[in-house]
Design a binder for this molecule. Structure first.
Ligand code: URA
Length: 250
């Protein structure tokens, strides 16, 4: 069974609250004792702290290959201690129509070193194909490049440390449109206060590139009724690219 840690509990709680909010719940009763427990800082293992470099991710890569190489041996945050394979991203790097940004690798991605290859990834592939593209014609990556332990969401500090990779990937790949998948991707791209429920389906901008926020495929697996609005968001993307989705079955 997966080990339960402070961060995994916090991640579960965050996922639960996001789900509640996304289904329209606006108020929840919370026990004061639970809040007090959550407010306690976890103690950091000094050995774990030592294993992480303090230098951070360079801001001056000269090529995508250089970024990919750095990602493979990155030790800039403690996720390097629990990941199996970092996940750089994959697809067309020569100004593709779309660059999809997810949250971070899950267990399947960690095992294979490739983005979106688990259940949510299979759904993302179907969405890409429904838009009239092959997976290899778009670029797919994540806010963070290493899988967090115990299925928890990335921590804000992990996102901050890892973001220079994504910023430089986008700068070099120059996609025509970025599609941000889910709450974490949108927070990473647009800042702490950006909410997916409010922003989905509305054009935003990231590094001068059009950004469309929409729900994450794993949320669609939990609530398939949301597929319809995500499809509307993706139609807006196609429209901005001067394209139409092919008729079903083509
Ligand atoms: N979920 C993500 O956000 N990214 C992946 O690569 C896989 C699942």
């Amino acid at each position: 069974m997966a080990e339960t840690t402070f961060y995994s509990l916090l991640g579960d709680l965050e996922n639960y609250l996001n789900d509640q909010r996304d289904t329209g719940v606006q108020r929840l009763e919370v026990d004061r004792a639970v809040l007090a427990e959550l407010a306690k800082e976890p103690t950091i293992d000094p050995v774990e702290a030592l294993a992480v470099e303090t230098a951070g991710v360079p801001e001056n890569f000269q090529s995508l290959e250089a970024i990919a190489e750095h990602v493979l041996s990155c030790r800039s945050c403690s996720l390097c201690q629990t990941r199996t394979n970092p996940v750089f991203g994959e697809g067309c790097t020569d100004s593709p129509d779309i660059l999809f940004v997810g949250e971070g690798p899950g267990a399947s991605e960690d095992a294979q070193g490739r983005p979106f290859v688990g259940k949510a990834g299979q759904l993302l592939t179907k969405m890409i194909e429904a838009m009239g593209y092959k997976r290899e014609q778009v670029f797919i990556t994540n806010i963070i490049k290493c899988c967090p332990p115990n299925h928890r969401s990335p921590l804000p500090e992990e996102m901050e440390i890892c973001l220079p990779y994504l910023r430089q990937q986008i700068e070099m790949i120059q996609p025509k449109v970025v599609v941000g998948l889910g709450a974490t991707a949108i927070k990473g791209l647009l800042g702490k206060t950006a909410g997916i429920t409010r922003l989905r389906g509305t054009w935003q901008e990231y590094q001068g590139i059009k950004l469309m926020p929409t729900f994450h495929p794993s949320y669609l697996l939990r609530d398939p009724s949301k597929k319809k609005i995500v499809w509307q968001d993706l139609q807006l993307v196609l429209k901005a690219l001067g394209r139409e989705a092919p008729a079903k079955g083509k």
